[in-house]
Design a protein around this ligand. Structure first.
Ligand SMILES: Cc1ncc(COP(=O)(O)O)c(C=O)c1O
Ligand code: FES
Length: 402
């Protein structure tokens, strides 16, 4: 297996930090007791879990009792949405956006088939929401507003607190999928309007399959997993102890590196992005120039296929992506870029680079060294440019009719 690549796909998943591995290892070997057991052997594990809970709580500015450990982002999103509806059976309306992760969108679609009505807010060309549209959609029947903090594909950040104020005015619950924001944006639940917030371990250098859902004290929670009384009855099942310890350590490290994410990573991202835009013709950044995560850039290269760029980058040992990990490979253009109303050529020629604290100057240099050649090579082969106008019109029309 190849593991010496230049890894610029950190929004898909991240490398587990060696300190995280070290912290979790004893819980896979020596400390295997059940945290719910009466004996000291299990009790020790329960104490370590409490420390992990406090570490995660610190990263979110939450109280440790407000956290439910989950299997990751997908479970957190599902549990939050279902809980909000079960807790308010009289309300039948949900508001979300067109650019959410499938863990929210597909749940909403299923709920529609069960009689709920769902408003999918649109975004503009820069990926931003219209807050007036949100306000106009809110009614007394709205049970839940579920909106992501930052988009996984473009990195566009939504004005979550401004949204939250409007949601609270109308008495709806506010859930935020912050899977991509945690560790990249400072969060403080104590001063926030957010009622529930989803996070996932594997985006912050912890392993896959662990995450947490924050539920504000006082917000009624209806569990999705019902079983033993673990996690104060809010998620049955013996805890993923090693994963949980890992999440705690990863959260502690994210807090230490938060400043770095917003300075060093951003500087590297900006250099990558600016150099590409200024040296390669016919390309542009997708998403708002500043309301964006510090580590993400999504760039559209006209007249070529994003997948083709990725294959050539891969030959140089560079990992990037087009769209999101779960839908790439489908060749369907990204639902996020489509919602932004991007023209056909950019829609198909877009790729995402997402950095992390391990990304180096030298790695960015290497990407910058190969990108112009890759784009030039593909454009030379591209049938699009020769009969650009006619071809484009055809494609735009085809898309409009889907
Ligand atoms: C915004 C967002 N939400 C949810 C998820 C799902 O998280 P997980 O893979 O932990 O289920 C992801 C992961 O890709 C994501 O980017
Ligand atoms: S599950 Fe990660 S991008 Fe879809």
């Amino acid at each position: 297996m190849q593991n010496n690549c230049i890894y610029l796909d950190n929004n898909a998943t991240t490398k587990v930090d060696p300190q995280v591995v070290e912290a979790m290892m004893p819980y896979l070997t020596d400390y295997y007791g059940n945290p719910s057991s009466m004996h000291t052997f299990g009790g020790q594990v329960a104490s370590s879990m409490k420390v992990a809970r406090e570490q995660v709580a610190s990263l979110l500015g939450a109280d440790e009792t407000e956290l439910i450990f989950t299997s990751g982002g997908t479970e957190g999103d599902n549990a939050a949405i279902r809980s909000a509806l079960l807790a308010q059976p009289e309300k039948r309306h949900i508001i979300t956006t067109q650019v959410e992760h499938p863990a929210v969108l597909n749940v909403c679609k299923q709920l529609e088939s069960q009689g709920y009505s769902v408003t999918y807010l649109g975004v503009n060309r820069q990926g931003q929401l219209d807050l007036d549209e949100l306000e106009a959609s809110l009614t007394g029947n709205t049970a839940l507003v579920t909106i992501m903090y930052a988009n996984n594909e473009t990195g566009v950040v939504f004005p979550i607190e401004q949204i939250g104020l409007r949601v609270k005015e109308r008495g709806a619950l506010f859930h935020v999928d912050a899977v991509q924001a945690v560790g990249k944006i400072p969060l403080n639940m104590k001063t926030s309007t957010i009622d529930m917030l989803t996070m996932s371990g594997h985006k912050i250098h912890a392993p896959k399959g662990i995450g947490a859902l924050y539920v504000r004290r006082g917000v009624r929670f209806r569990p999705m997993l019902i079983g033993g009384g673990q996690q104060r009855g809010r998620r049955g099942g013996t805890e993923n102890v090693a994963g949980l310890i890992a999440l705690g350590k990863a959260a502690e490290l994210e807090l230490i590196h938060l400043e770095e994410a917003t300075t060093r990573e951003k500087r590297l991202r900006d250099r990558l992005e600016k150099t590409i835009i200024s040296t390669i013709p016919d390309c542009e950044v997708n998403g708002h120039p500043t309301q964006r995560l510090p580590n993400t850039t999504n760039i559209g290269f006209k007249y070529i296929e994003g997948e083709a760029i990725l294959l050539l980058l891969n030959q140089y040992g560079i990992c990037a992506s087009s769209g999101s990990a779960c839908s790439s490979g489908s060749l369907e253009p990204s639902h996020v870029l489509r919602s932004m109303g991007l023209p056909y050529t950019i829609l198909h020629g877009s790729i995402r680079f997402s950095l992390c604290r391990y990304t180096t100057e030298a790695e960015i240099d290497q990407v910058l060294a190969v990108m112009p050649g890759i784009v030039e090579r593909l454009r030379a082969l591209s049938p699009f440019k020769s009969d650009e106008a006619g071809w484009l019109q055809e494609q735009e029309q085809a898309l409009a009719h889907r």
